[in-house]
Design a protein around this ligand. Structure first.
Ligand SMILES: O=P(O)(O)O[C@@H]1[C@@H](OP(=O)(O)O)[C@H](OP(=O)(O)O)[C@H](O)[C@H](OP(=O)(O)O)[C@H]1OP(=O)(O)O
Ligand SMILES: Nc1ncnc2c1ncn2[C@@H]1O[C@H](COP(=O)(O)OP(=O)(O)O)[C@@H](O)[C@H]1O
Ligand SMILES: [Mg+2]
Ligand SMILES: [Mg+2]
Length: 339
């Protein structure tokens, strides 16, 4: 008689585009070989009736979905929901997103962590003069305040002068454009796991170059473009020659961000100041990013699922910074310390 190993059911609720990119055959088969079954959740049907699940992962928004998760949690308080909608929501606004960084508690070391100077403009009238730019100065990057995953929320502008401000619509963030050698570092986090990769970015703008630039230039998801795709933005760097940030530093940031946000699945974009190689700036934090682009994503994510189902009692992992004595809960109560 053969003894069958217990199989673990991970329910996933994702938009069709995300299913296509994340639920690759290679992930399904790797997970399956490790007794993990990935089960599609139909958000238009009752979540409770689609179970049982050992864990639910999701990247869907809106009050209906939130209500489904709350009901599911009340019936299944022991099943981890990755992650809490309230914690995720904090990343949907580019001001509250970067406030996370200023709250991080990172041991002192030679590398310094910062965020670019930025202002939020809530009224388009204020974009008519350049008074709003204040000490940020030009060039700057204009980003939609909302970062909800829509194509619109990724549409950005490099602004070279006050003329360039006029085409913008509020609510928008004006952020210091920091020269960073044309490379960003994307740090992927999946529970305890941290991986940093290099991607190409916007090239530096010298003061001489700035004098020749007028108005603005729009761009979107520059790090996903092909090498030929960022023509018009200047030289392409040789990524292979670029030195990575110290891994220990990146891991400390990731750990601190997990504690601060209570999130398990996210990545963040870091740039290194071209004027000071010890100064790093976080410019973006994304919930449940495109993990399939990360080397070994199949084993990283499968290990994460196995950790979840095996260490269901691992309070540190799931509840981040919940204080002792507080009720353990995976949803609603799991908010990070953004009070
Ligand atoms: O689609 P992908 O694979 O490029 O992943 C996107 C991410 O790319 P990355 O893994 O960081 O290179 C992307 O990261 P960036 O914003 O490009 O830094 C976002 O996480 C995006 O999600 P959303 O549209 O902001 O909700 C992610 O898109 P979704 O598929 O989650 O919508
Ligand atoms: N403050 C900045 N200074 C220089 N480049 C920036 C800055 N902010 C963003 N970028 C560039 O713009 C890209 C998109 O900005 P980001 O905030 O990551 O938006 P998204 O959420 O669409 O990825 C970054 O990957 C980087 O190349
Ligand atoms: Mg980004
Ligand atoms: Mg983003």
């Amino acid at each position: 008689m053969s003894i069958q190993a217990k199989r673990h059911r991970i329910g996933y609720a994702l938009a069709p585009k995300k299913v296509q990119s994340f639920i690759q055959p290679s992930l399904i088969s790797h997970a399956s070989r490790h007794n993990v079954d990935l089960i599609a959740i139909d958000p238009s049907k009752s979540l409770i009736e689609q179970g049982p699940f050992d864990c639910v992962i999701h990247k869907l928004y809106g009050p209906d979905w939130k209500l489904q998760l709350e009901k599911f949690y009340l019936e299944n308080p022991k099943v981890p929901i990755i992650d809490s909608p309230d914690s995720i929501e904090r990343l949907h606004n580019r001001i509250s997103m970067l406030e996370v960084v200023s709250r991080l508690n990172i041991p002192k070391r030679s590398q310094v962590l910062d965020v670019p100077k930025q202002v939020v403009v809530l009224d388009s009238e204020n974009l008519k003069g350049n008074g709003v730019v204040g000490e940020i100065g030009f060039p700057l990057v204009a980003k939609p305040l909302v970062a909800d995953g829509s194509a619109k929320s990724h549409k950005m502008y490099q602004i070279f002068d006050s003329e360039g401000l006029k085409r913008l619509d509020a609510p928008i963030i004006l952020q210091d454009f920091v020269n960073h050698g044309g490379v960003i570092f994307k740090v992927y986090v999946a529970g305890d796991y941290v991986q940093c990769v290099k991607r190409k970015s916007l090239p530096d703008i010298s003061q001489e170059k700035l004098a020749t630039l007028k108005g603005s230039l729009s761009f979107s998801q520059i790090s996903n473009l092909t090498v030929r795709g960022n023509e018009g933005f200047g030289d392409v760097v040789d990524l292979e020659k670029v030195e990575m940030p110290p891994l220990g530093f990146v891991e400390e940031i990731a750990r601190a961000m997990r504690r601060e946000t209570g999130l398990n699945l996210f990545n963040f974009d870091v740039i290194r100041d071209a004027k000071d190689r010890n100064r790093y700036l976080v410019i973006d934090i994304n919930y449940f990013p495109g993990y399939a682009k990360m080397p070994n994503y199949e084993s990283v994510l499968t290990d994460f699922f196995l950790d979840l189902v095996h260490n269901n009692n691992s309070r540190e992992m799931l509840t981040g910074n919940i204080e002792d004595g507080e009720q353990e809960s995976y949803i609603g109560g799991l908010k990070g310390n953004n009070d």
